[in-house]
Design a protein around this ligand. Structure first.
Ligand code: PLP
Length: 400
């Protein structure tokens, strides 16, 4: 009898975590490595949020809470959705989990039966297809390339939906591309969804506070309230408030789904950390200046990185609306040979050679179900970004 279950064979370990670990090992071995592979803010959690957590510890808020989160946090999340989007959720329609990742996990495991299909526009975040597969669902990948701004069209969505479609997962702005759907683009997708009442909408808005220029983040229920009774609106503190380690995700959902997720969570993790929940209340209700300061820094870095990458021969990078990623194409580099003699046939060859020859860690596009590209996270300081892009330019110039 095998030790591991058949269920485990359906999924792969996160490739972003694998590359980050490889970069860390090379660094430990003394190599000069710049790691642009992790999807994590380089900022520290704002002080007012840390202080709220310290106060919670001192006040003895160290016990189990309701599975779906403290009332005060669920009210803060409801207030967030009202303030940001004019969308109303009652506290009992809010579920707080151990990161946005657990919200996705809960929603899929609580609702998918074997063979149910889940439409996932690609490039997509590495975990969506694996979570769907673990739940015995079938990921239906819908590709959207650079030429369409990495966003699917209503026609593509219509063509992907079958009677077995249970969910569509929208990620707005996206990891790995930074692309975000405008209000009109969401409306176009909503019109298709209104014609298919069996399809539920999972909208992962975890990067929505990180958008640039005059782009305005909208969420599906705000754009099309008629979808509210079959949409889950997910968010979390990890990215905008620089709180990856605190593990706070939250969502507003129709009551039946919120209850189903609460039931599943009650038999897995129970509530997320009580101390983190107190910190999240401050993140959502407290002053937002630090979020705005970080957003401005990311915007400058985005412009810096896009400009430098487009100077590298064979690379083409479009300017994304949000998040802290760019997803350039490497088509002009494929079929060539690096100065070190390595053949570059695929995006994976490209990132492997880039790491080994120049010490720059990035993630290949195929990890995001979209070959021919790579992802750079610009959540790091300007000097490292400039040095990394200089190395990428040198690497590309050396391809023959
Ligand atoms: N959704 C997207 C698109 C992400 O990029 C991430 C993290 O990388 C998450 C959800 C989950 O974040 P967390 O579990 O830290 O809230």
């Amino acid at each position: 009898m095998n030790l591991t279950a058949e269920r485990l064979d359906r999924i792969a370990p996160s490739q972003t975590i694998a590359i980050t670990a490889k970069a860390r090992a090379l660094k430990a071995a003394g190599k000069n490595i710049i790691s642009l592979s992790a999807g994590e803010p380089d900022f520290d959690t704002p002080q007012n949020i840390k202080d709220a957590a310290i106060r919670a510890i001192q006040a003895g808020e160290t016990r189990y809470t309701d599975v779906s989160g403290t009332k005060v946090l669920r009210e803060a999340a409801a207030a967030y959705f009202r303030r940001e989007h004019g969308v109303e959720y009652k506290p009992e329609e809010i579920v707080v989990s151990t990161g946005g990742k657990q919200v996705i996990f809960n929603a899929m495991l609580a609702t998918i039966d074997a063979g149910d299909e889940v439409v996932i526009p690609a490039p997509c975040w590495v975990s969506y297809p694996d979570i769907v597969s673990l739940a015995e669902g079938k990921p239906v990948i819908v590709p959207a390339g650079q030429n369409q701004g990495f966003k699917i069209t209503p026609e593509q969505l219509e063509a992907a939906i079958t009677p077995k479609t249970k969910w569509i997962i929208l990620n707005n702005p996206s990891n790995p591309t930074g692309a975000a759907y405008s209000e009109a683009e969401l409306k176009g997708l909503a019109e298709v969804l209104l014609r298919h009442p069996q399809v539920w909408v999972f909208t992962d808005d975890i990067y929505e506070k990180l958008v640039y220029g005059d782009f305005k983040s909208k969420t599906m229920v705000e754009v099309e309230p008629r979808l509210k009774d079959r949409t889950i609106t997910m968010n979390g503190c990890s990215k905008a408030w620089a709180m990856t380690g605190w593990r706070i995700g939250f969502a507003g959902a129709p009551l039946a789904l919120a209850k189903a997720m609460d039931k599943l969570q009650s038999q897995s993790t129970s509530n997320t950390s009580s101390v983190s929940q107190a910190a999240a209340v401050e993140a959502l209700n407290g002053p937002q200046d630090s979020v705005e300061e970080m957003r401005k820094v990311y915007e400058k870095r985005r412009d810096l990185v896009v400009g430098l990458l487009n100077k590298a021969t064979g690379i083409h990078c479009i300017t994304p609306e949000g998040a802290f990623y760019v997803f350039p194409s490497v088509h002009g580099c494929l079929g060539k040979t690096a100065a070190s003699g390595k053949k570059i046939e695929t995006d994976e060859d490209f990132v492997t050679a880039l790491l080994e020859d120049e010490g720059v860690a990035a993630v290949h596009g195929s990890a995001f179900m979209f070959p021919g590209h790579f992802r750079i996270s610009y959540a790091t300081d300007d000097a490292s970004l400039i040095e990394a892009c200089t190395r990428i330019q040198r690497f590309c110039a050396g391809l023959k």
